[in-house]
Design a protein around this ligand. Structure first.
Ligand SMILES: [Fe+2]
Ligand SMILES: [Fe+2]
Length: 147
């Protein structure tokens, strides 16, 4: 499977998680619940972003530079992580809720941005065999994870 298909499939799962958070968030009543949700999302997104940085953004760096987007996506990854970490310091439920809403909205925008720019660019400039080889690398890395 091509790395672009794998990452896009992960995106679909994340879009479902974002929907779930947006639906559930108004009902959460304690800081602990909101923090736990933010920590879970942060953990899951970190894995996805690291894979993207290594297997897609790094090989595309030169092409992204040509369209003036060399650092945009990695920057957004850091921003997403920082947004979610901030929630652990929130002092009130409304503040934590607002921060998580913002983090989800920002992440959604980032995902749309990648789906419109990065994935089509990769499909255009990289050979299908390279994309499949990167897909195999992804599988090997996943197998190497504990548990
Ligand atoms: Fe990303
Ligand atoms: Fe992504």
């Amino acid at each position: 499977m091509k790395i672009t298909d794998i990452l896009l499939a992960e995106h679909i799962v994340f879009h479902n998680i974002f929907d779930h958070i947006e639906k559930t968030l108004p009902r959460l009543r304690t800081l602990a619940e909101i923090r736990a949700m933010a920590a879970m999302l942060e953990d899951l997104l970190r894995g996805h972003s690291q894979t993207e940085d290594e297997l897609l953004l790094a090989p595309l760096e030169h092409y992204l530079e040509q369209i003036g987007q060399r650092d945009s996506f990695e920057h957004e990854h850091h921003e997403i992580d920082a947004n979610l970490l901030k929630i652990q310091q929130a002092r009130t439920v409304p503040e934590a809720r607002r921060l998580l809403q913002h983090a989800v909205a920002y992440s959604r925008k980032h995902f749309d941005h990648e789906e419109r720019i990065v994935f089509p660019l990769a499909e255009k400039v990289m050979k299908a065999s390279t994309l499949r080889e990167l897909g195999r690398t992804w599988l090997r890395k996943r197998d190497a994870l504990p548990g």
